[in-house]
Design a protein around this ligand. Structure first.
Ligand code: NAP
Length: 257
């Protein structure tokens, strides 16, 4: 069978990039999706190819359903299958505002990229996965959604982000339930505080909180920590689990007395 193919949304930087490299190092071919930062995406592509994997770059805004077909079409033309979809692309609100001041424009923007886009892209990819399974082109395809501790921890100044990630929790359950009959397992990985461009603006605040014991493992998470969890699932480490949440958060979710 041809090398396995992973489609990773938002793979130009951060967690998506680390995931792309980790899978490429294990012999996967990678579709790198991004939206704006073409130079970063090109660098990721070059790094993947240096690892001996094939890679395809596709610019598509995950928040726009109309661009999903293009992403799929280009992937299909190049690789003719997807073994793994990683719904990783995500954004924080442009401006943090108190929940009493959240604007409709920010709500709609964040929800489009973080929840609506992944939902409809998954719908599209899942249907193709069923066809590819029936055609014998793939075995044991999987879908991984990158959620967040914000699914359950409220941040009063980014309500729209929290809502989008809470939605990813239910989205994971819905697709896990629906796709189980085909053997397409669906997982949510729930990162904690990971040092990427997304968290750069709040680095100092969390440096202090982490040092003061916010997380039992007293360090920032690295994109590679999340990538390691994706690789474990991708390589079949959890075959009898679906709809499962994997926390990659240094123990943030533990309640302590
Ligand atoms: P990041 O460093 O800001 O990277 C975001 C990536 O998503 C970039 O590749 C970006 O592409 C892409 N992207 C953004 N909007 C897109 C769109 N509309 N269409 C296609 N691609 C888009 O973020 P990160 O920290 O790696 O976060 C990755 C995921 O993990 C997100 O879903 C985030 O919510 C989640 N997460 C992060 C943390 C954390 O602490 N960092 C914690 C929990 C969950 P361009 O380069 O083209 O802009």
């Amino acid at each position: 069978m041809a090398k396995r193919v992973a489609l990773i949304t938002g793979a130009s930087r951060g967690i998506g990039r680390a995931t792309a490299l980790a899978l490429a190092a294990r012999g996967w071919n990678i579709v790198v999706n991004y939206r704006n930062k073409a130079a970063a995406a090109e660098k990721t592509l070059a790094a993947i190819e240096k690892l001996g994997a094939e890679s395809l770059l596709v610019r598509a805004d995950i928040g726009l359903n109309a661009e999903h077909e293009k992403l799929l079409h280009e992937t299909q033309r190049r690789f003719d299958k997807i073994d793994l979809l990683v719904n990783n692309a995500g954004i924080a609100p442009r401006q943090r505002r108190d929940v009493l001041e959240t604007t409709a424009a920010s709500y709609e923007e964040v929800m489009a990229v973080n929840l609506k886009g992944p939902f409809f892209l998954t719908q599209l990819v899942a249907k193709r996965m069923i066809d590819w399974l029936q055609a014998g082109k793939i075995v044991s395809p999987r879908i991984i959604n990158i959620g967040s501790l914000s699914a359950y921890a409220s941040s009063l100044n980014r309500a729209e982000y929290c809502l989008s990630k809470a939605g990813i929790g239910m989205m994971t359950k819905l697709f896990a339930h629906r796709l189980a009959e085909y053997g397409i397992n669906v997982y949510e990985i729930r990162p904690g505080l990971i040092a990427t461009d997304m968290t750069e603006a709040v680095k100092e605040k969390y440096d202090e909180l982490i040092a003061a014991g916010l997380t039992p493992l007293t360090r920032w998470g690295r994109p590679e920590d999340v990538a390691a969890a994706v690789v474990a699932i991708a390589e079949g480490a959890l075959p009898f689990s679906t709809g499962e949440v994997i926390n990659v958060d240094g123990g943030f979710h533990l309640r302590r007395l």
